[in-house]
Ligand binder design. Structure first.
Ligand code: PNS
Length: 177
């Protein structure tokens, strides 16, 4: 029987519970799901490619038909390289739709044989994004329940020196920044 492979491309900087929710849903629909982290040299990510890969691998270990990879260049080229028939993307709110539709149609123009499949994460993650997680964590807010514990710990470890430095400055000057 024909196996349907899908890729789930993204930046995953960092992985959130919304991503994990989508990976779980995708793993139930497709025979194989390749979570593909974009190696983007233009953006300066908070987590290195290696760190993002390690966290994704650890958190998706329990899914037998999911594997993690990295790619550069066009998503459609990577999809064809791994024999995928579909590109999985998550849609949270209407605001995502316009950008996702543009990408899906551009990808279809490039490679009409590939389908983009949109899935919705659980409602409790509908406001969640990696960008907001980074921002809240950087400003000292709680990101509990929004990311896996491993990601929370690694975010804290990464941001701690900055927070400590800020606190030290506050104590020294007696001022709030
Ligand atoms: O997690 P993100 O940042 O929303 O993922 C965006 C991603 C990686 C799916 C998108 O930027 C992408 O596909 N980049 C690869 C380059 C490419 O194929 N560009 C044309 C897209 S129509």
């Amino acid at each position: 029987m024909k196996q349907v492979i899908a890729i789930y491309p993204g930046s995953f900087d960092p992985l959130t519970n919304g991503h994990l929710d989508l990976i779980e849903r995708g793993s139930e629909i497709f025979d194989e799901l390749v979570v593909a982290i974009l190696r983007n040299t233009e953006k300066s990510p908070l987590f290195s490619l290696g760190e993002r890969r390690l966290m994704l691998e650890a958190m998706t270990e329990r899914f037998r038909n999911v594997r993690v990879d990295t790619f550069e260049g066009l998503t459609v080229d990577y999809a064809l390289k791994v024999g995928a028939k579909a590109i999985l993307r998550g849609i949270r709110a209407i605001s995502d739709y316009e950008y996702e539709l543009q990408m899906a149609l551009m990808n279809r123009k490039l490679h009409p044989e590939l389908e983009t499949v949109f899935m919705m994460p659980a409602e409790q993650y509908s406001y969640l994004s990696s960008r907001l997680v980074r921002e809240v964590a950087q400003l000292g807010g709680s990101i509990k329940d929004l990311v896996p514990e491993m990601v929370e710990q690694r975010l804290k470890a990464k941001l701690d020196p900055a927070i400590k430095l800020k606190d030290a400055r506050k104590t020294k000057t007696g001022k709030r920044e």
